[in-house]
Design a protein around this ligand. Structure first.
Ligand code: AMP
Length: 216
C-alpha cells in the first residue's frame, strides 16, 4: 500500500512546538505552514503528509481514519473523549494546567455556584466528584470575562503563566488536570501500517526523552 501516512496536527501554539519534534524525525513541511493558507502539506518524507486543523477536530479525523495519527492537547481528549484512539506518547509540549479560578479573594457562598467554561464535560465531572452542585455556563472563549460581568462566579480554563487571570483580577484555585500534547493513533491504522507507525512512535519517544533530558 502506498497511500501517504497522514498526520493531523493542532494549529496554533501546539503546532509551533510540534514542528521541531517532527523535524527531528525527518518530517518537515515543504513550505512554510505559518504563511500558507493551505491545509494539507507535503513533507520531506514523500510517504508522510500533514493536515493542520483545529485541536477539537483532530480526534475526529483520526477516529474516522481520515488521518492515521494526530497531535492534540490532553484537554481536548478529556473533554471530547478518546474512544477509537490509541494514545501511545505524551509529547511533553504545550504544558499547562486545567484549573478552576475565581475573582481574587473569592469565598464560596455556600449557595449554588455558577461556573463558566468551554470544558463542560470535564467541569461537570469535576464538581460532581467534589459533591458540589454547579450550574454550568458554556462559553466559547474569554472565560475570564464571565465573573467580571457577573455571568458566573468561577471559571474553568487553561492556565499557563497565570497572566491572563491576573490581568482580569482573578486567581487560580484548584488544579483539575495537568495538560500536555499527546500523540494519538487510529486503531485500524496501527494494525494495517504497524511498521511505519511503530517506527515513528519509537523515533518520537527518543526525541521527546532527549529534549526532556536536555531541559532537566
Ligand atoms: P496564561 O495567561 O499564560 O496563563 O495563558 C492562558 C491562556 O492561554 C488560556 O486562556 C488558554 O486559552 C491559552 N493557553 C495557554 N497554554 C495553552 C495550551 N498549552 N494549550 C491551549 N491553550 C493554552
Amino acid at each position: 500500500m502506498n497511500k501517504k501516512l497522514t498526520l493531523a496536527l493542532t494549529k496554533g501554539r501546539i503546532l509551533k512546538e510540534t514542528l521541531p519534534l517532527l523535524a527531528r524525525a525527518g518530517i518537515e513541511p515543504l513550505e512554510d505552514v505559518g504563511t500558507s493558507r493551505k491545509l494539507v502539506f507535503e513533507t520531506r518524507r514523500s510517504d508522510v503528509q500533514l493536515v493542520i486543523i483545529r485541536g477539537t477536530d483532530v480526534p475526529t479525523y483520526v477516529r474516522h481514519g481520515a488521518a492515521d495519527m494526530g497531535v492534540v492537547g490532553k484537554d481536548v481528549l478529556l473533554e471530547h473523549g478518546a474512544e477509537g484512539l490509541y494514545e501511545p506518547l505524551d509529547l511533553g509540549i504545550a504544558r499547562c494546567r486545567l484549573m478552576t479560578a475565581g475573582p481574587v479573594g473569592w469565598q464560596g457562598t455556600g449557595a449554588r455556584i455558577r461556573v463558566a467554561t468551554k470544558f463542560v464535560n470535564i467541569t461537570r465531572r469535576y464538581f460532581a466528584r467534589q459533591g458540589v452542585h454547579a450550574e454550568l455556563i458554556k462559553l466559547y472563549g474569554a472565560m475570564e470575562l464571565a465573573p467580571i460581568m457577573n455571568l458566573a462566579d468561577l471559571i474553568v480554563d487553561i492556565v499557563d503563566t497565570g497572566n491572563t487571570l491576573r490581568a482580569n483580577g482573578m486567581a487560580p484555585l484548584a488544579e483539575i488536570a495537568s495538560i500536555s500534547s499527546r500523540l494519538v493513533v487510529n486503531k485500524a491504522a496501527m494494525r494495517s501500517r504497524y511498521s511505519t507507525i511503530a517506527q515513528l512512535i519509537d523515533d518520537l519517544t527518543e526525541i521527546v526523552q532527549d529534549s526532556e533530558n536536555a531541559t532537566a
